[in-house]
Ligand binder design. Structure first.
Ligand SMILES: *[C@@H]1O[C@H](CO)[C@@H](O)[C@H](O)[C@H]1NC(C)=O
Ligand SMILES: *[C@@H]1O[C@H](CO)[C@@H](O)[C@H](O)[C@H]1NC(C)=O
Ligand SMILES: *[C@@H]1O[C@H](CO)[C@@H](O)[C@H](O)[C@H]1NC(C)=O
Ligand SMILES: *[C@@H]1O[C@H](CO)[C@@H](O)[C@H](O)[C@H]1NC(C)=O
Length: 365
């Protein structure tokens, strides 16, 4: 579990040279950058045994480890958030504990906190406004808990919210109201239905780039997605149709994941509404034909259509009419595990593709 989180965090960090991780704190140093490298940081924490500890300032909570404004309290069997956390903490790691509830005052002094990790606890209740004091919070990781709803009044500075594997059935518009810095939202593996996501819940977040709602029970693409979106991952749901209207205005969308749904129809215009799409994953659905609009599309590179119910492929399904048009863009097209046999597809169907190996037609053995 810890490895997963660290991986997620690392995915956002870039560094110039090779990095050798010696301890968890090296990683945190890396993440926090200059902020954590102040020469004075170590002096902020005093061992609980030190005389006058309570006079001299914040103490590292019992059994936690504190270093460079990172407070590490994971895997300690804690059933609540420790009291008196050092107020200059920038990263607080409470994952893999047994915390059941987040109370109003739990984070009251943490004005410098950037990252709060609460993954893999037993949290079913978060008091309204418990996160409000965290006026610099950018990343909030709530995955693997028992939340039925997302918390209200999250800090306006929030950029990333991860809450997969909870019991969330409702996503209210009010939750994201005013969260104008949001970039990443992850809500996969929750018992969500389409009606549970309020229309326009994600609207208005002008920087929102990534939404993942995979392995839930939604039956349609959420409405009112923001035009800033570059990735939309809705794999493993119960979606039956790609409706062009819900993709309207998604001019920046580059990846659309819809595999493992029950899609039988892709509306004409879906691809026209996503003019910068590069990857379309529609494998493991119920499609009867190749979606329209691929031949005219300028940027599409990857089209996964394997494991569908496609019984015929037309010579203009992928390439513009005529033999002199080349589309350099295709790098992966899959059609295997469909009723159509590869020998029934005219070779001219792929006339515009430079890279033959990009096409996967049959299960060659
Ligand atoms: C989706 O609904 C089915 C049937 O109601 C249920 O068994 C399943 O657990 C639900 N999926 C999720 C992720 O909640
Ligand atoms: C898939 O959708 C069809 C209607 O298009 C429906 O009859 C069928 O039950 C659905 N299958 C699943 C597994 O949800
Ligand atoms: C979608 O487009 C195809 C090809 O342009 C056309 O044959 C078909 O009638 C259209 N379908 C609808 C519902 O407009
Ligand atoms: C596949 O498509 C055919 C029509 O081409 C239809 O008769 C059949 O029921 C479909 N199979 C599934 C599993 O939907």
């Amino acid at each position: 579990m810890k490895a997963t989180i660290i991986f997620l965090l690392l995915a956002q960090v870039s560094w110039a040279g090779p990095f050798q991780q010696r301890s968890i704190f090296d990683f945190y140093d890396l993440m926090l950058g200059d902020e954590a490298s102040g020469a004075d940081s170590d002096d902020h924490y005093r061992s609980p045994d030190a005389p006058d500890a309570d006079v001299l300032g914040p103490v590292c909570p019992f059994r936690c480890q504190c270093h460079l404004r990172v407070v590490q309290c994971s895997d300690l069997g804690l059933d609540k958030v420790p009291k008196d956390l050092p107020p200059d903490t920038t990263l607080l790691d409470l994952q893999n504990n047994k915390i059941t509830e987040i109370k109003g005052g739990d984070f009251k002094n943490l004005k410098n906190l950037h990252t709060l990790i609460l993954v893999n606890n037993e949290i079913s209740k978060i008091d309204a406004g418990a996160f409000a004091p965290l006026v610099k919070l950018e990343r909030l990781y709530l995955s693997k808990n028992q939340l039925k709803e997302l918390p209200e009044k999250m800090p306006k500075t929030l950029q990333e919210l991860r809450a997969h594997e909870n019991q969330i059935t409702k996503v209210r518009k009010s939750v994201f109201n005013g969260l104008n810095e949001m970039i990443v939202i992850e809500l996969g593996t929750n018992p969500l239905k389409s009606l549970g996501i309020e229309n326009g819940a994600f609207q208005g977040m002008k920087k929102l780039s990534y939404i993942r709602i995979a392995d839930t029970n939604i039956t349609s693409i959420p409405q009112g997605l923001p035009p800033s979106l570059t990735e939309l991952h809705l794999d493993g749901n119960k979606i039956t149709r790609v409706d062009a209207a819900s993709l309207k205005g998604l001019n920046n969308l580059a990846k659309l994941g819809l595999s493992f749904n029950n899609i039988s129809t892709v509306d004409n215009g879906s691809l026209a509404n996503t003019p910068h799409l590069r990857e379309l994953h529609l494998n493991n659905n119920n499609l009867l034909k190749v979606p329209g609009g691929l031949a005219e599309h300028k940027y599409i590179q990857v089209v996964y259509l394997h494991n569908n119910n496609i019984s015929a492929v037309g010579t203009n399904d992928f390439c513009p009419p005529g033999f002199n048009t080349k589309k350099a863009s295709y790098s992966g097209v899959s059609l295997f595990s469909n009723p159509v046999q590869y020998w029934e597809i005219q070779p001219a169907t792929f006339r515009c593709m430079y890279v033959r190996s990009a096409i996967q037609l049959g299960n060659y053995k």
